[in-house]
Design a protein around this ligand. Structure first.
Ligand SMILES: [Zn+2]
Length: 280
């Protein structure tokens, strides 16, 4: 296709950050740090390889997502504990914070709620930054491996994709039929996953996660949460997913409760204030 004569001038328009730094009220990181310093573990769920587990996280607690044994990626769904329709909104989180999240970023809930569900307060992989391939860790750009795309591409059925693992774990926790639970499964936070877009073609890529045993990502629960996480069949996602071929390891979800009084003055965020008229 022939480009217009002023193509270079059009391309030279300066990028403008849609939501520049300072758009959002800063989270009270000092308060979270004080709370985390005196927090004790009160509950834990182990996520078996190629499976998922669920855990409830009371508001004001810390959810530590851990890699206890070997390199492993996790696909995380979070819900408001009392209302499954308030769920994590990866697209808006991406728009507000960027393609990958780390300490200080928040995980936002879907419309009409749009409030912080959790805040990242510690990330042992925060040193990774953005590498020479443009990749980083903990992305909100991938969706989750799923049996539909796998069937589309291969013609085969595989039942241990993250989408199915999340469906089974949510169904078991909520006492729902699989088909009903599946409707609540949503685009994930790809915990420990290392991803980016290729510079030349803009294609989504993954590479072996830098996560090692002992690494963790800590989330402060802003509201009462139900967290469900799958240990991806792709393992460290360095080669492939949606199969039983990769080496897989367990993940852990630990709830840490701050000491009484550590959150003095903190209140959970209210639902979004938009009146909901939509001009109608
Ligand atoms: Zn997966």
């Amino acid at each position: 296709m022939r480009a217009p004569s002023d193509a270079d001038a059009r391309r030279a328009a300066p990028p403008v950050l849609v939501y520049p730094d300072g758009s959002l009220a800063p989270p009270p990181m000092d308060l979270y740090a004080r709370a985390a310093a005196m927090a004790e573990p009160v509950a834990e769920a182990i996520v078996p390889p190629r499976d998922a587990a669920a855990i409830e996280v009371p508001a004001g607690s810390i959810l530590r997502l851990g890699c206890p044994e070997g390199p492993q990626v996790g696909d995380l769904n979070i819900f408001a504990k009392h209302d499954l329709t308030e769920r994590f909104y990866s697209g808006k989180t991406r728009a507000l914070h960027g393609t990958h999240v780390t300490t200080g970023d928040r995980l936002w809930s879907a419309f009409p709620h749009l409030r912080p569900m959790a805040t990242v307060i510690a990330d042992s992989l925060g040193w990774y930054g953005i590498d020479a391939d443009g990749a980083s860790v903990h992305d909100v750009i991938g969706t989750r491996c799923d049996p539909y795309t796998h069937h589309l591409l291969s013609g085969e059925d595989y039942d241990r994709c993250c989408h199915s693992n999340l469906t089974r774990a949510l169904a078991a926790h909520e006492g729902l039929p699989l088909a009903e639970a599946e409707r609540h499964v949503h685009d994930v936070l790809n915990v420990f996953m290392c991803t980016g877009f290729s510079r030349d073609t803009g294609r989504y890529f993954m590479k072996a996660s830098p996560v090692r045993a002992g690494d963790h990502l800590d989330l402060f629960a802003e509201i009462d949460l139900l967290a469900v996480m799958s240990a991806c069949p792709g393992g460290d996602c360095g080669a492939e997913h949606s199969s039983d071929r990769a080496a897989c390891h367990p993940l852990s979800m630990t709830v840490l409760r701050p000491e009484p009084g550590a959150l003095e003055g903190w209140v959970p965020p209210a639902r979004n204030g938009y009146a909901g008229g939509h001009g109608g």
